[in-house]
Design a protein around this ligand. Structure first.
Ligand code: PBG
Length: 357
């Protein structure tokens, strides 16, 4: 039978006093018993991290060079051949289930309306075809947004404002995103991931995909993508930083969480298969709230700035890369995310393999 808390409080005080007399505390409840050995800690562990939960974001570019990315140490801008070679390793040796592709567009291909985004012979479309031909079991996810192809570095179709600055037009952008998504589905993408935050884009993508017979292509929606300071290293990798203005007119205010649930409800009604929160570690409360309010799987994107913070601190010797990375990722899982997009995926898969040996 459980004793009353009052009794325990009293007893505890007594036992502290008697500790000095009899040198033993009377403490029947000792939470540390559950931490007494590695095996015991394993038994009581509440959250696990597995390679099966990881999605690796990758960058692909024209030409035959695989270049290291200065802002994302350990990551590369891959040629298509290099990408396929690396994905063989990721899939077969490390067991990574899914990659997320981002295309690097040379300045010459960028236009105000970003039409290169839906070129059937574009870099992403060719990369999808090459991957699905060579490694059919690897899930290929693609980012849907215009920023890598837009001279403005904005995610959508832009109208210049008379007083300077720009406005990203919602409905015109959704039409362009539909074309981009269809070109990815046509090339064989398994999962389409709109990262633009336009209103109504999930419904528009779902119905366009279904109409063309792509009813098995999934949608992972960037449901609550915040206007975050943490995307800098990614924009450095792609050369996609906004040329004018910012993205606060469509990405969410970091101060809000109820708004994320409103977006989640809409994405669910519009037919999203997976809801994503981005960034991850500054937004663990948002992940937890989303987990509570939806039965859909929840994904979290541990973004470039989160990755670089750990990499930089580890490079200067002040943090242990492995410990800090695993702690960050397990905290994202603990908050309620089912899967994590992370630039550390290959390293984590290697660490987890070593642990299991
Ligand atoms: C583009 C996009 C961005 C990221 C993913 N897709 C950048 C942005 O919105 O400016 C960021 C990813 C990262 O920082 O790792 N729509």
């Amino acid at each position: 039978m459980l004793e009353s808390p009052v009794f325990w409080a009293g007893d505890y005080r007594l036992s502290v006093i008697s500790f000095f007399d009899s040198d033993m505390m009377k403490l029947p409840i000792r939470p540390r018993r559950n931490r007494k050995s590695s095996a015991m800690r394993g038994l009581v562990r509440e959250t696990s991290l597995s390679t099966a939960d990881l999605i690796y974001p990758m960058f692909v570019q024209e030409g035959n060079r695989d270049e290291p990315i200065e802002s994302l140490p350990g990551c590369k801008r891959w040629s298509i051949a290099g990408l396929v070679r690396e994905c063989h390793r990721l899939h077969e040796k490390l067991g990574i289930p899914c990659v997320d592709l981002f295309g690097v567009a040379p300045e010459a291909l960028k236009t105000p309306d970003g039409v290169e985004a839906h070129n059937p012979q574009g870099i992403v479309q060719r990369a999808i075809r090459a991957l699905k031909a060579e490694i059919p079991d690897l899930l290929v996810m693609t980012d849907v947004a215009l920023d890598p192809y837009s001279t403005y570095g904005q995610d959508g179709i832009v109208r210049e404002l008379p007083g300077g600055g720009v406005e990203v037009l919602n409905d015109e952008t959704v039409e362009a995103l539909v074309l981009q998504a269809l070109s990815h589905a046509e090339a064989g993408a398994d999962i389409i991931s709109p990262s633009d935050m336009m209103d109504g884009r999930v419904a528009a993508l779902r119905s366009a995909l279904d109409e063309r017979g792509y009813d098995q292509v999934s949608i992972m929606s960037y449901t609550s993508k915040y206007a975050s300071s943490l995307y800098g290293p990614f924009r450095g990798a792609l050369g996609s930083a906004p040329k004018t203005g910012d993205k606060k007119g469509y990405q969410m205010d970091p101060a809000n969480v109820r708004e994320a649930l409103r977006e989640a409800l809409l994405d669910e009604q519009e037919g999203a298969d997976i809801l994503m929160v981005k960034p991850a570690t500054f937004y663990l409360d948002v992940i937890a709230a989303m987990r509570e309010h939806t039965n859909l799987p929840v994904a979290a994107y541990h973004v470039s700035g989160e990755y670089l913070m750990i990499q930089s601190a580890a490079a200067s010797g002040w943090l242990n890369e492995r410990e800090a990375t695993l702690e960050a990722l397990v905290s994202i899982r603990r908050a309620g995310a089912d899967m994590i997009l992370t630039y550390s995926a290959p390293r984590v898969a290697e660490w987890l393999m070593q642990e299991n040996c």
